[in-house]
Design a protein around this ligand. Structure first.
Ligand SMILES: [Zn+2]
Length: 421
């Protein structure tokens, strides 16, 4: 079976960038008009800024509407329960209501899914697969989300939820399960348990495709799981409120943006879109009829890569989860984040302990990377470090070698020492 090529929906995923943009323009206008007319909170927000739906003529005008951060959604729902005035259909058109920590309530419209089927197909799931879904089916939406999407992809689902690894292994064997949905770290634990039980995960189980989300997926974890089971492991990115927002294809190198929502990367302080390629907050406009979130601020950081991919999908790629927006520090006019420093330093395993320190003198910002090392590093290593940091952070920095055990013992990676009057 070919699990590495083809598209779930060529008519949506392989259109030209121009066509994709004109579709988004049309969907934004339709969604905004519907939300303005039916969701009182959207009308109130737009009226407060003197914006009417006719002012938003294309994606270029969308930034006129302020971002609604997740914390604001919690407040709106608490003050005006249960949905904060954001529900845009009568309750008779609601299929399910989920409740996530916050607390936050997410209604699901009748026949409205979460769009993971594109990502599951890109991962290698095919009609006729039997899949275990190890996400929880209670209260929060993850279990139902993937159940729904696997069904749309014509895969049979075994709703195992998380829990007892031996029971999971028994089910994987009894039903010749070929697909796994859940966290990669849990699949690794299942494999370790199978080996403990004297089984060979490649010969005694027949998993072929695994889709992971809800946790970072470092290469070490991905490689361990792929080698252990002899399967394809790919990841997706989404939220409980929005469903699927991006997913990896077979070629990896970032996650293709979904066609079911418009995803922007914005400056978390101003809400304005960031220039291409720069890191900022992931903001989503969801083309849902029941719960049309407009410029919803996820609080997650990422960047968009516009380069084309060899897989025929034309949507740009999200660089993956780069941290939380509330951990951002603005240095020399650029946002930097501990996660970016960590990513750059992952390529220099000789330096296990490091800290990026931000200082300010004469109204100028300085970034210094302090590394603990027993012997002074070679000049070429220092230059390579500076280059990788510049690639990731987009600003220059100095490197300062210090003796072992001289950096503070907390695990802080980015230390902003600037004093503001
Ligand atoms: Zn691709």
């Amino acid at each position: 079976m070919d699990r590495t090529s083809g598209l779930f929906s060529p008519a949506l995923e392989a259109v030209s960038r121009d066509e994709m943009r004109s579709r988004f323009d049309a969907q934004i206008k339709k969604t905004l008009r519907h939300a303005y007319e039916n969701a009182p909170a959207v009308k109130a927000l737009m009226d407060s800024r003197n914006i009417s739906p006719s002012d938003i003529k294309s994606l270029d005008d969308l930034h006129l509407i302020p971002v609604t951060p997740k914390a604001e959604l919690v407040r709106m729902q608490a003050e005006n329960p249960p949905f904060g005035g954001l529900l845009a259909v009568p309750l008779s058109k609601i299929r399910r209501i989920f409740r996530s920590p916050g607390p936050i309530s997410d209604p699901q419209g009748i026949d409205e899914g979460w769009g993971w089927e594109e990502g599951l197909f890109a991962c290698g799931f095919r009609p006729g697969d039997v899949a275990v879904n190890t996400f929880s089916y209670h209260m929060t939406p993850a279990g139902m989300m993937f159940d729904d999407s696997l069904g749309r992809l014509e895969c049979a689902v075994i709703p195992t939820g998380i829990g007892d690894r031996e029971a999971q292994i028994e089910i994987l064997r009894s039903y010749s399960v070929t697909g796994y949905v859940g966290m990669a770290s849990f699949l690794l634990q299942i494999g370790q348990k199978a080996i403990e039980m004297g089984l060979d995960p490649q010969k005694d189980l027949c998993l072929k495709a695994a889709f992971s989300t809800a946790e970072p997926l470092p290469d070490s974890l991905r490689n361990s799981v792929q080698d252990m089971f002899g399967l394809i492991l790919r990841q997706g990115y989404g939220t409980a409120d929005c469903g699927c927002l991006a997913y990896e294809c077979n070629l990896r190198g970032g996650m293709h943006l979904t066609t079911r929502a418009y995803v922007e990367i914005v400056d978390p302080l101003t809400g304005k879109p960031m220039p291409n390629g720069e890191t900022g907050e992931v903001v989503v406009t969801l083309f849902n009829e029941a719960y049309p979130l407009i410029r919803f601020g996820t609080g997650d950081l990422s960047a968009i890569d516009e380069s084309s991919c060899g897989c025929k999908r034309t949507s740009p790629k999200l660089r993956g989860w780069l941290g939380r927006a509330d951990q951002l520090v603005k240095v020399k006019g650029m946002f930097i984040h501990p996660g970016l420093v960590q990513k750059a330093m992952a390529e220099f395993p000789d330096f296990q302990k490091f800290r990026a320190v931000v200082t300010r003198e004469d109204n100028r910002d300085y970034l210094t990377l302090k590394i603990e090392t027993a012997a002074p590093p070679e000049k070429s290593v220092v230059e390579a470090l500076k280059k990788r940091l510049r690639d990731h952070l987009k600003i220059g920095c100095e490197v300062f070698a210090c003796a072992p055990d001289s950096l503070p013992s907390d695990s802080k990676i980015l230390d902003d020492q600037r004093q503001w009057d």
